[in-house]
Each structure stands twice: as structure tokens, then as C-alpha cells.
Design a protein around this ligand. Structure first.
Ligand code: S3P
Length: 168
């Protein structure tokens, strides 16, 4: 039994699945984005705007390390979609737990993030979205121990599948 790291593109359901899964397993849920916002007392768009993406990635990697060090068996950690942008994050996660990729196709992501306003790399980035998605999915696949498709599934179905995976 190890902690569970959820990775995947923005809008793939890492936070909603993670919350439900940890509730179900009666373990802790940690959302790295949330942790970054609390620690810095600023929301993510503000961090991107005032300090830039590189600084955000630095915060993200340190929070991930901190969270990993104290994570217990079956704790669930939802990461930001760009967790794969920092190579050292792979070591942090793989040494400690399972990495599960919540895979969602781009069409579904578009639907889910239609009215989104809190994701600097998605909002106002019509041109770059597809390229970002294509580049990232290769990394999610390479980094993950297991892949769970989320597109046509309810949160409960995804949770059930993850529970089956970790039980084996
Ligand atoms: C990002 C994804 C976001 C958040 C930040 C950057 C990314 O998290 O960390 O806006 O680079 O894909 P979600 O995947 O939870 O939206």
C-alpha cells in the first residue's frame, strides 16, 4: 500500500476523483494546487501573472516533495496538469507511490473547461492548447504506472477502477 498520485491534463478530474477516492479509502486528500495557493496566500492566476510560470513550477516541485515526504499508504495526491514539466517530480512521485494517469480526450477537456477562468495555460491560449495537450500526453503515459480513461465514466466509476488497481 502506497500513496496515490493522480496526474493528467487540466480538466481530467484529478481533484474530483481524488477527493471521492480518499473519502472512500478513508485516507487524506491533498491537492498540490490548493497547497501552493494556501502557502503563498495567492491564487494560481496571480502567481502566474506576478511571478511567472518558472516560479510556479518551483513552488509546485517543493510542495510535491513536502507532501510526498509525509504521505501515508493510500493517501491521495492530486497534482496540477503541468507536474510533468519538471523532471525531478517523476523521482519524487515514483519513489514514494503509484502514479495514475487520468486520461481524457481533448474534445471532452474542451467541454469541461468551456467556462473556465482559473487556468492561465488554458484560458486565452486558443492557439497553444492542442500542442500543449499533445506534448503532455506523451509524458503522462511515460510517467504513469497505470492509465485510467475518464472520458465517458462517472467519478464513481473511475474511483472503482482505481480501487481495483491498487487492490492487486
Ligand atoms: C496547470 C494546471 C493547473 C495548475 C496551473 C498549471 C498546467 O492544474 O496547476 O494552472 O500547467 O497544466 P489543473 O490540472 O488542476 O487544472
Amino acid at each position: 500500500m502506497k500513496p496515490i498520485f493522480l496526474i493528467g491534463f487540466m480538466g481530467s478530474g484529478k481533484s474530483s476523483v481524488g477527493k471521492r477516492l480518499s473519502h472512500n479509502l478513508e485516507t487524506n486528500f491533498i491537492d498540490t494546487d490548493n497547497f501552493i495557493e494556501i502557502k503563498n496566500n495567492k491564487n494560481i492566476p496571480d502567481i502566474f501573472k506576478k511571478e511567472g510560470e518558472d516560479k510556479f513550477r518551483y513552488y509546485e516541485a517543493s510542495v510535491l516533495k513536502e507532501v510526498s515526504e509525509s504521505a501515508n499508504a493510500n493517501d491521495v495526491i492530486a497534482t496540477g496538469g503541468g507536474i510533468v514539466e519538471t523532471v525531478e517530480n517523476y523521482a519524487t512521485m515514483s519513489q514514494k507511490g503509484y502514479i495514475i494517469y487520468l486520461r481524457t480526450n481533448l474534445e471532452e477537456i474542451y467541454k469541461r473547461l468551456k467556462r473556465d477562468t482559473g487556468r492561465p495555460l488554458w484560458d486565452n491560449n486558443n492557439v497553444g492548447r492542442e500542442a500543449l495537450y499533445k506534448r503532455r500526453i506523451i509524458m503522462y503515459e511515460t510517467w504513469s504506472d497505470y492509465i485510467v480513461d475518464t472520458g465517458d465514466k462517472s467519478i464513481d466509476e473511475v474511483v472503482k477502477q482505481i480501487k481495483r488497481i491498487i487492490a492487486n
